[in-house]
Design a protein around this ligand. Structure first.
Ligand SMILES: NC(=O)C1=CN([C@@H]2O[C@H](COP(=O)(O)OP(=O)(O)OC[C@H]3O[C@@H](n4cnc5c(N)ncnc54)[C@H](OP(=O)(O)O)[C@@H]3O)[C@@H](O)[C@H]2O)C=CC1
Ligand SMILES: O=C(O)[C@@H]1CCC=N1
Length: 273
């Protein structure tokens, strides 16, 4: 554990791939005593606790933030239960698509008098390594302190940006929430293409992964535009130019990426309720 100040205390509901990735980062950072509701996790380092159900949460536990990281389609039941235990909670949702209005309606199914503040976020799995990229949106009724606590949590595991319209969280989901999957697909495809071109599998894998890591480091560390970094690799009449003529044809990557991102945003809107 580092000497940095403790992060806000949380009740983490849903400790799967995304909840688990963030928890890994937070535990490395120093989290105020927190509780995770999970059916699979065996234990957590003290003073944190894992419980199997809401009923098992210590009666005096009052988390700063309830972080909901279950599937958007499966949230209603647990939201209604949470509303009975924590009617005026600050909720941080990482669920793709689910709107604040739909989350509030589900909360009030469990307790009509509940009045939670719901902030939406869209993190990504590199948060497990402290290299996350998250977008957040807070409604006007959220206080500066509530926004600060949510930002602290996500800043502890990477970078954050705030958007000023709730609908833009769906765009964030399509770019950076899902984004690691696009990069991992590129790694898979580069590796396969390397094998097709005669490399043995471990060599193709090392080249593909090492290249994405190195290019990512350049994007991370240098202020240079991506387009200029690309041009710096592209010798006139050389190998890169030959490959980019294929990839940059208007009906190739430019169209495919734009269409793919639009499909992700459309899916987020379908998950709204
Ligand atoms: N994966 C990603 O890269 C990202 C995901 N998200 C969002 O994160 C959320 C979770 O996604 P992901 O982690 O991939 O999904 P997972 O299925 O890996 O995780 C969901 C977890 O929630 C648990 N769960 C379900 N119901 C309850 C409950 N009532 N109480 C406690 N735990 C419960 C599930 O347990 P069980 O398996 O036993 O049902 C599971 O462990 C989604 O809303 C998604 O939109 C956001 C950004 C990125
Ligand atoms: O695929 C999904 O719906 C979630 C949200 C962003 C990444 N994973």
């Amino acid at each position: 554990m580092t000497n940095t100040p403790l992060l806000p205390s949380i009740l983490l509901v849903g400790c799967g791939k995304m909840g688990g990735a963030m928890l890994e980062g937070w535990l490395a950072h120093g989290l105020a005593p927190s509780v995770v509701i999970d059916r699979h996790l065996a234990e957590l380092p003290a003073p944190h606790r894992v419980v199997r159900s809401l009923e098992a949460i210590p009666a005096d536990f009052a988390p700063d933030i309830i972080l909901v990281a279950v599937k958007p389609q499966k949230a209603n039941g647990v939201l209604a239960e949470l509303a009975q235990h924590f009617p005026n909670a600050t909720l941080l949702s990482v669920m793709a698509g689910r709107t604040i209005a739909s989350l509030l309606a589900a909360y009030r199914e469990g307790n009509a008098a509940a009045s939670p503040i719901i902030i939406r976020s869209m993190p990504n799995t590199p948060s497990a390594l402290g290299a996350g990229m998250s977008g957040l949106y807070a409604p006007p009724e959220a206080s500066a302190e509530q926004k600060k606590q949510c930002d602290q949590l996500l800043s502890a595991v990477g970078k954050t940006v705030w958007v000023d319209q709730e609908g833009l969280i769906d765009s964030v989901a399509a770019i950076s929430g899902s984004g690691p999957a696009y990069v991992f697909l590129l790694a898979e495809l580069l590796e396969q293409a390397g094998i097709e071109q005669g490399l043995d599998a471990p060599t193709a894998r090392a080249l593909a992964r090492g290249t994405i890591y190195g290019a990512g480091q350049m994007l991370h560390q240098l202020p240079t535009d991506a387009a200029e970094l690309r041009r710096n690799v592209t010798s006139p009449g050389g190998t890169t130019e030959a490959a980019l003529k294929v990839l940059m044809a208007s009906d190739a990557w430019p169209q495919a990426v734009s269409t793919a991102i639009a499909a992700a945003v459309k899916r987020a809107k379908e998950l709204a309720s």
